[in-house]
Write a protein that binds this ligand. Structure first.
Ligand SMILES: Cc1cc2nc3c(=O)[nH]c(=O)nc-3n(C[C@H](O)[C@H](O)[C@H](O)COP(=O)(O)O)c2cc1C
Length: 148
């Protein structure tokens, strides 16, 4: 059993739906899960945290959603080193934008700077390819969780 923080960046609710599904599945698998709709540094960067799962869409012109931005800025300013923490990223976007899934790439790049350990490959869900992000996320999650 791992202590998992599910961190959400969402404008219209798609990434939140994915995060809620992931939280439910991970809880069913007996992990200790906290879903953070408005994540704060002090809720996540604590010794108890073993795993961070980031579910974020991209908004504007490649921007991080408002509800995730202060967390991103706090991490970016403080650059805490968290080498024992494992993480994964589910990035929702739309490939018709030049800045496709940019917020997911920004979060992944930041986690790498913090020395966190990426588990598996990040999942990118393209709104041009699917109207059902949960159907892509669930099988990915069930594979990803085996790497924890
Ligand atoms: C105003 C607006 C701007 C967007 N900008 C981007 C973008 O820059 N890059 C991208 O990959 N997707 C972009 N998207 C697509 C969203 O990321 C995608 O629809 C996603 O599923 C929305 O998830 P959410 O409901 O959690 O916010 C944009 C969508 C809207 C409506």
């Amino acid at each position: 059993m791992a202590v998992i923080k599910v961190v959400v960046g969402s404008v219209y609710g798609n990434a939140l739906d994915v995060a809620e599904m992931c939280s439910q599945k991970l809880t069913e698998l007996k992990h200790s899960v906290e879903l953070l709709r408005n994540p704060e540094f002090a809720q996540v960067v604590i010794p108890e945290t073993e795993v961070i799962l980031i579910c974020t869409s991209t908004t504007g012109q490649g921007e991080i959603p408002h509800n995730l931005l202060s967390f991103y800025d706090q991490l970016h300013d403080q650059l805490p080193q968290i080498p024992t923490v494992k993480y994964g990223v589910i990035a929702l976007g739309d490939s018709s934008y030049d800045t496709f899934a940019e917020a997911g790439y920004l979060m992944d790049s930041l986690m790498q700077q913090l020395q966190a350990q990426r588990v598996g490959n990040n999942l990118v869900i393209d709104a041009c390819e699917t109207m059902a992000p949960l159907e892509e996320a669930e099988p990915w999650l069930l594979e990803w969780v085996k790497g924890l």
